[in-house]
Design a protein around this ligand. Structure first.
Ligand code: SAH
Ligand code: SF4
Length: 355
């Protein structure tokens, strides 16, 4: 049986006649988060039976849920074949003052989703890489992560939500499913998450960045750069030998980005490896001519790694150097550090039975 989340609205329309039924089903699935076909009240019984016999609307099981002090919630999902993936709901609380001068709290949601079980890229600092590559997620498994989080947290259908493809796996290595998922997410009769609210984070498969750019979807791009010279980058991301820094920069320059937006460069800061201002100076040169912003990430240590977390002082110095040269640079708050934030870490805890 197939997951109903695998299908675009057009595909459902082709399969189910009359075609307005597809819209109704989309409404139940993506605006009301209904997972039992029997509960889709405006559908005729024969259609409900057809759906029950041919499709599933619930394939991910919540195995574990951890809430961090800052309100972020990390989910460990079990897939139908028993493998597990992680999804994180990040809450950004903002205070704003309304016209009467009253302080109002507003919440912004961002969901970090996985695209693969494991990862082929094998970065030396990444816990997800340690278990090797198991398989690509299906389109339905990518989509259902968002549906389940919205349902579990009772997030209203019309509440703005951003997606970052920064969980487990390399999104561009699951290219076709990724493209289809972006389209299903943005369907107006469904979740209606526009491509400009979706950010793909990639370790830098240049050829796929070019291909993605050519599709001109209006998606946001984040590049996991992490190093300014090929020697260190190849140590951190072995794939850099095939797709080196200059090939990535070239691909980014060709990528269509909305004039008001910037390409994000993620820079994982590791103590005594890449945390010096010399590296910051090289980074300025490298990003010259690109409408870029930099996001510095503290390396998050785990048992068995030889890399270390940088000092706060080095982090601030690095940031200030970039800012002084006019490059926008933020430090990623370690959202949910107390719940082992970096990707792969919740899963690992589970496997070791530490948690
Ligand atoms: N494969 C894609 C997206 C998933 S990884 C990519 O590499 O971009 C998402 C982010 O988690 C990457 O920027 C990666 O550098 C970061 N990450 C992985 N291991 C980490 C760790 N131990 N500490 C902090 N960030 C880590
Ligand atoms: Fe894969 Fe990204 Fe982890 Fe590298 S950092 S191994 S690309 S998930």
């Amino acid at each position: 049986m197939h997951s109903i989340y695998n299908y675009t609205l057009e595909e459902l329309k082709e399969q189910l006649k009359p075609s307005f039924r597809a819209k109704q089903i989309y409404n139940w699935l993506y605006k009301k988060y209904v997972t039992q076909f029997d509960d889709m009240k405006n559908l005729p019984n024969d259609l409900k039976n057809h759906l029950k016999e041919n499709f599933k609307a619930s394939t991910l099981k919540i195995l574990k849920k951890e809430t961090s002090k800052d309100g972020s919630i990390k989910y460990l999902f079990q897939l139908e074949d028993g493998h597990t993936i992680e999804t994180v709901l990040l809450l950004m609380k903002k205070k704003k003052t309304n016209e009467e001068g009253v302080v109002e709290k507003s919440e912004k949601y961002t969901v970090c989703i996985s695209t693969q079980v494991g990862c082929k890229v094998g970065c030396s600092f990444c816990l997800t890489a340690k278990g090797g590559f198991i398989r690509n997620l299906t389109v339905g498994e990518i989509i259902e992560q968002i549906v389940q989080l919205k349902k579990d947290n009772e997030i209203a259908e019309n509440k703005a939500l951003n997606i970052v493809y920064m969980g487990m796996g390399e999104p561009l290595d699951n290219y076709d499913n990724l493209i289809k998922a972006i389209k299903i997410f943005s369907e107006l009769d469904g979740l209606a998450i526009a491509p400009r609210r979706q950010t793909i984070s990639t370790s830098g498969i240049s050829t796929k960045i070019e291909k993605l750019g050519a599709e001109d979807l209006g998606i946001q791009l984040a590049i996991s750069l992490h190093a300014v010279d090929d020697g260190l980058r190849s140590e951190l991301i072995p794939m850099n030998k095939a797709y080196n820094i200059s090939s990535i920069i070239e691909a980014v320059k060709n990528f269509p980005i909305d004039a008001r937006k910037k390409v994000m460069f993620e820079y994982l800061v590791i103590k005594d490896k890449n945390d010096d201002t010399d590296s910051a100076a090289k980074l300025i040169k490298l990003l010259n001519g690109i409408n870029a912003k930099v996001n510095l990430i503290y390396f998050n240590p785990y048992p068995g790694t030889s890399y270390q977390r940088p000092t706060r002082e080095n982090m601030i110095n690095f940031q200030e150097y970039l800012l002084s040269k006019g490059l926008i640079c933020t430090i990623r708050e370690s959202k949910g550090l107390d719940i082992s934030a970096a990707c792969g870490q919740l899963k690992e805890k589970d496997a070791n039975g530490i948690a």
